[in-house]
Structure formats: structure tokens, C-alpha cells
Design a protein around this ligand. Structure first.
Ligand code: PXP
Length: 236
């Protein structure tokens, strides 16, 4: 499995003081050196952490595979078409939420999703939809022409160690296998940490995990390079 490191929260820390430290670009370089297979950033409508300049600079970094998370808006589409990241992951976005709380409803807006991804795919950008482990959402994502889905692991992460862990895990596994049978490649992420990530290996053929908060949190104590290396060890 590949490891994508989400560095949004390096920018959260920087923005807490409105200055330039910690340097987000340096963070991307360190993650690369520690073995990250891609760097993920979520350019939010309110720019609460990552900003346009960050994305621009990361996209130009040598040896860097940029995965741009973004909402399904015209503004984000034109940014992606200009910056040309390796991949985009289309996520739902609400202004008030602390983080991306659930998956995108692709099923309920299939026509819009299809026309949204068309120019991105035509430009050679890989497209992924961030969805809940729900069969109707997986089927809809497959109809858009996107090559990937990213399964939202938030419920599994919340239930980990509790009564509903197994059920939420089976939901993920079932959705992943169903998606792969439709020809989709499957990524996963949200809320994964150094403990609950281990079960991701039980899901066959997961392509990549995107992990942010737990790695940046661990980095406070052991440094970013070490935190990424430890996660990479668990994901491989
Ligand atoms: N994948 C997606 C699509 C996300 O929106 C996020 C959070 O920004 C993540 C993965 C990473 O989640 P976490 O920070 O909880 O590891």
C-alpha cells in the first residue's frame, strides 16, 4: 500500500500566528524524504489552512506527487486545471465543519459529477471521489469515469476498539471489493492513526491511504521524518 501524507495541519499551525513557520514546503520535502508516496492538501473554500501559494509551490517541487483535495466547485476546477496536480480527490465541504465529516453524495448529483470530472480526466489528472462505504455511492462513482474512490474511514476510526468496529470494518471491506469489481482503484482515509491503520492491510488491494492529523500530531513529539517513517512501516 502507498502512503499519502496530508500536510494541511502544518499550515494550520503556521496560520495560528499568521507568519511563515512552520514552512509547509519544507514539510512536503521532509515527507518525501521519509518515504511518503504522495503529498495531499485540501484547498478549502475558506483557505483555513492550505492556501493557493502553498498548492502552487508544492506542485512544482521535484519528486512530488500532489494529490489535491477539493470541493466540486468551478473555482476549484479552474485551479486544478491551472496547477495540474497528479490527482484530485473531490470532497464535500461545509464551512462550519471541523474536518470533512462524511463522504460526497455522488449518487444524488451524478450528472453534475460526470460533467465536473470530464475536463479533469481529459487533461490527464487522476480523479477520485471521497465517499462513504456505501454501495450506491460506489456505483455512482464508477459511472463518472473516475479511476479512483477514496473510502471515508471516519466511522471505522471512531468505532475502533468498540462494539461496532467489526461492522464498520466489514462495510469498508465490502465497499472496497465491490468497487474493485467495477474496475475502480480504491484509496482510504480519515481518522486513521498508528493503531487503527493496521487493519487496513486486511482489505485486499487497497491502493493508498491518506493520513494527516495523526502523523502531524506524532511529529510534535518525534519529528516529522520519524512520524512519517513509522507510519510508512505500518502501511507497507
Ligand atoms: N482523506 C480525505 C479525503 C480528507 O478530507 C482527509 C482530511 O482532510 C484525510 C484523508 C485525512 O484525514 P486525517 O487528517 O484524519 O488523517
Amino acid at each position: 500500500m502507498l502512503l499519502g501524507v496530508n500536510i494541511d495541519h502544518v499550515a494550520t499551525l503556521r496560520n495560528a500566528r499568521g507568519g511563515v513557520e512552520p514552512d509547509v514546503i519544507k514539510a512536503a520535502r521532509i515527507c518525501n524524504d521519509a518515504g511518503a508516496n504522495s503529498i495531499t492538501t485540501h484547498l478549502r473554500e475558506d483557505r483555513r489552512h492550505i492556501n493557493d501559494m502553498d498548492v502552487e509551490l508544492i506542485s512544482k517541487l521535484p519528486r512530488t506527487v500532489l494529490n489535491l483535495e477539493m470541493a466540486m466547485t468551478d473555482e476549484m476546477k479552474s485551479i486544478a486545471m491551472r496547477i495540474m496536480p497528479h490527482s484530485v480527490c473531490i470532497v464535500p465541504e461545509k464551512r462550519q465543519e471541523l474536518t470533512t465529516e462524511g463522504g460526497l453524495d455522488v449518487h444524488g448529483q451524478l450528472e453534475r459529477a460526470c460533467s465536473f470530472v470530464k475536463p479533469l480526466l481529459a487533461a490527464g489528472i487522476e480523479v477520485s471521489f471521497f465517499i462513504d462505504p456505501d454501495i450506491s455511492q460506489v456505483s455512482a462513482a464508477a459511472k463518472t469515469g473516475a479511476q479512483f474512490i477514496e473510502l471515508h474511514t471516519g466511522r471505522y476510526s471512531e468505532e475502533f476498539g468498540g462494539e461496532k468496529e467489526q461492522q464498520t470494518f466489514e462495510d469498508l471491506k465490502g465497499a472496497a471489493v465491490f468497487a474493485q469489481n467495477l474496475g475502480l482503484k480504491v484509496n482510504a482515509g480519515h481518522g486513521l492513526n498508528y493503531q487503527n491503520v493496521k487493519r487496513m492491510k486486511e482489505i485486499p488491494n487497497l491502493h493508498e491511504l491518506n493520513i494527516g492529523h495523526s502523523i502531524i500530531s506524532r511529529a510534535v513529539f518525534v519529528g516529522l521524518k520519524q512520524a512519517v517513517m513509522e507510519m510508512k512501516e505500518l502501511v507497507i
